[in-house]
Design a protein around this ligand. Structure first.
Ligand code: ATP
Ligand code: MG
Length: 385
């Protein structure tokens, strides 16, 4: 699929921007702080209904609009998909504020083809993969980064996963509160039975879907990495579920194993005042030539591995959806040497649409296949070049 037209109104540093895009690669070039990342953020917002980087949605509204009687940021897109065109709209409405820019209370309205929708019905209408320079944390950061990688991907792909994830998170919070009350002798341990049952049910969806995704991602990531690194290094990822007594591949015994692990860990959980096993503690191991990439890989190697995970994500989305996702690459060449840059550009893959930003014009002179459309991004205005 691909975005044919994108409209930004009072979104970040864009006041009113209409952008017609083509299939294939598009380069968005501009100096620092001109709005390149903001544009990709807008596209990703339409795919996921959430900003990949804003702390609060009020941040998305252009500062100049904050004194309007009704400050509003609006992003719309016309998207071409294999099953026909679709129009998406996200509106972030804030309360007028003169004071602190970042702390504007805001609410969000979503529409598909002009009809108001809930977030769950909008997520995944447009599928997109976003690579940012922060993705190095996918390799070097904690398990939470890798869980988020899986969650953002699977939420776009499977509504049942999105529901289970939301409920699971709430149940963990409630179970943890109960554990602390039991610890303080304000509640009885058997009150946990209900929450354990809930956790096992939703948790089984999460673990099952993650296991299936990683089984497919493993080969996709290895292949992508082989191309990106010029086949000098081997990337291997594996699911590391926090679930004793269950092995990846045993899909049928999943909720039983979760129930069992919650029961056997009950004393420990009460002592700790929190739930210590389950998919909220999962991880994905990333090995480069057999050793942990988090500890031993260089910055450039970590960056390449992170990009391989994103391209694998895009490949998995294509498999599941039967339609290629839009691939958004923010500053993808930074920190790479010339050889790696060339390998990356020539092996990004054949996506319906690829939007690439860079602060450096010269880096694309060689390498990127096809003839990309080139845009100049300057102070919140995008012009074709
Ligand atoms: P770099 O090359 O450094 O990554 P960039 O072109 O990707 O730069 P962006 O991250 O898109 O830059 O941000 C551009 C500018 O947008 C920033 O200078 C920031 O101050 C501004 N900005 C962010 N939010 C808002 C907002 N709500 N209203 C107005 N301006 C904003
Ligand atoms: Mg940027």
């Amino acid at each position: 699929m691909w975005i044919q037209r994108l409209t930004l109104t009072h979104f970040r540093n864009y006041k009113a921007q209409e952008l017609s895009l083509a299939k294939g690669p598009s380069l968005l070039l501009g100096d620092n702080a001109q709005g390149k990342s903001n544009l990709l953020e807008a596209a990703f917002l339409l795919a996921t209904t959430r900003s990949a980087r804003a702390q609060t949605e009020g941040e998305l509204i252009h500062w100049d609009a904050l004194t309007d009687p009704q400050p509003v940021a609006r992003v719309t897109a016309e998207v071409e998909r294999v099953d026909g065109p679709i129009r998406l709209e996200v509106v972030v409405a804030g309360r007028p504020r003169d004071g602190e820019r970042a702390r504007v209370p805001a609410s969000k309205r979503l529409r598909v083809n002009g009809i108001p929708k809930r977030a769950a019905d909008v997520v995944g209408q447009l599928t997109a993969v976003l690579f940012t320079t922060d993705d190095i944390e996918l390799i070097g950061g904690g398990p939470g980064e890798r869980r988020r990688y899986l969650d953002v991907m699977l939420t776009q792909l499977q509504p049942a996963y999105a529901r289970a994830l939301q409920r699971y998170g709430k149940v963990v919070t409630q179970r943890n509160a109960l554990l602390r009350r039991i610890q303080a002798n304000e509640a009885a341990p058997d009150e946990l039975d209900f929450w354990d049952e809930e956790l096992a049910g939703h948790g089984a969806t999460l673990v099952g879907d993650r296991a299936a995704a990683i089984a497919a991602l493993r080969g996709l990531a290895r292949d992508a990495h082989e191309r990106l690194s010029g086949s000098t290094e081997d990337l291997a990822i594996a699911y590391e579920p926090r679930l004793e007594g269950w092995s990846v591949g045993d899909a049928s015994g999943l909720s039983a194993a979760l129930r069992e692990s919650l029961a056997s860990g009950r004393g420990r959980d009460i002592g700790a005042g929190m739930t210590l096993s389950g998919p909220h503690r999962d991880d994905v191991s990333v090995l480069l030539d057999g050793v942990a990439a988090s500890s031993f890989a260089s910055r450039g190697q970590q960056r390449t591995a992170a990009l391989a995970l994103r391209l694998a994500e895009a490949g998995y989305m294509a498999q599941i959806k039967g339609d290629l996702p839009v691939v958004l690459l923010d500053d993808v060449l930074s920190e790479l040497d010339e050889e790696r840059r060339r390998a990356v550009l020539s092996s990004l893959g054949d996506w319906d649409q690829l939007l690439i930003t860079s602060a450096d014009n010269d880096r694309f002179d060689e390498g990127l296949p096809g003839s990309p459309a080139v845009f100049r991004v300057e102070a919140g205005t995008i012009t074709p070049r």
